[in-house]
Design a protein around this ligand. Structure first.
Ligand code: T5A
Length: 236
């Protein structure tokens, strides 16, 4: 299990963290699977590459679940629909943030943690880094609020590896735009996505042992060659 970054103890009591039923400290490490997350701004090629990564891991006969956020359980998928649907009413920052973490709480406790506790590998399409990038970087939500909810929902658990597919915002939006109807996030302007990208890059540089940055502007074959090397290094 990855060591969590330092949290502001004035906003979260350590005993609560220790008591969290989500704490994986009881796991026999020789049995533990890895928790891998795929991230990036719009149009980076997550969907295209998720299957590629899944196949590499399954080829090693490792027991794996593939899931996504927001979503991953019936309730969390309903919340995803609410979050992504374009709407006339402005969604206020706290509502968006809390809905993201409501979906995450359900997904995390009922799917991710049971899988990890039974020794499975978990490959997740987006996780809390997306909240730091989209709600933090994009919307400007205070980082301490995100940390508070992260600790409440996840206890001490953090992904072991975060793979960020990085591409220039303009290229990404052009790729995403080719898919047809835009969801509520895809309708944001370019500067929103510049801030999202910057937030991802900043997180990647702070913890290079956990973050794997891949240049997704390259031809798909090259991107996948780098992904193969990355996954091989994670599997060891
Ligand atoms: N969100 C999520 C938050 O705000 N906070 C949170 O905490 C969380 C968890 C979720 C939305 O919710 C927000 C972020 C998101 O806006 P999503 O479905 O995860 O939505 O996000 P999308 O960005 O829409 O992800 P997708 O996986 O659907 O799209 P991608 O990454 O754009 O990937 P893909 O594979 O569809 O690629 C797009 C196009 O590019 C081409 C593909 O063929 C495809 O046509 N392509 C390439 N072309 C050339 N060269 C390459 N290397 C290419 N790679 C892909």
């Amino acid at each position: 299990m990855a060591t969590p970054p330092k949290v502001n103890q004035s906003t979260f009591d350590q005993s609560t963290i220790n008591q969290s039923k989500s704490d994986r400290s009881q796991i026999n490490s020789s049995k533990a699977g890895q928790f891998i997350v795929l991230e990036g701004t719009e149009g980076v090629g997550k969907t295209t590459n998720l299957k590629f990564i899944e196949d590499i891991i399954r080829d090693q006969n490792l027991d794996l679940i593939v899931t996504r956020e927001p979503g991953g359980t019936p309730l969390a998928e309903e919340l995803r629909e609410m979050l992504l649907a374009p709407r006339n009413e402005k969604v206020v920052e706290n509502a968006e943030l809390l809905l993201m973490f409501a979906a995450r709480a359900q997904h995390f406790d009922s799917k991710i943690i049971p899988a990890l506790n039974s020794g499975k590998w978990v490959l997740c399409d987006r996780f809390t880094d997306a909240t730091y990038a989209y709600q933090g970087g994009g919307r400007g939500v205070d980082k301490s609020k995100i940390e508070l909810l992260e600790n409440l929902v996840q206890g001490r658990v953090r992904p072991d590896h975060i793979i960020i597919l990085d591409v220039d915002v303009e290229i990404g939006l052009k790729r995403a735009g080719q898919r047809g109807d835009l969801d509520r996030f895809e309708q944001e302007n370019r500067s929103f996505f510049e801030n999202v990208r910057e937030a991802y890059l900043e997180r990647a540089t702070k913890e290079p042992h956990r973050y794997h940055l891949i240049n997704a502007a390259q031809p798909l074959k090259q991107v996948q060659a780098e992904l193969l090397e990355t996954i091989k290094s994670i599997i060891g």
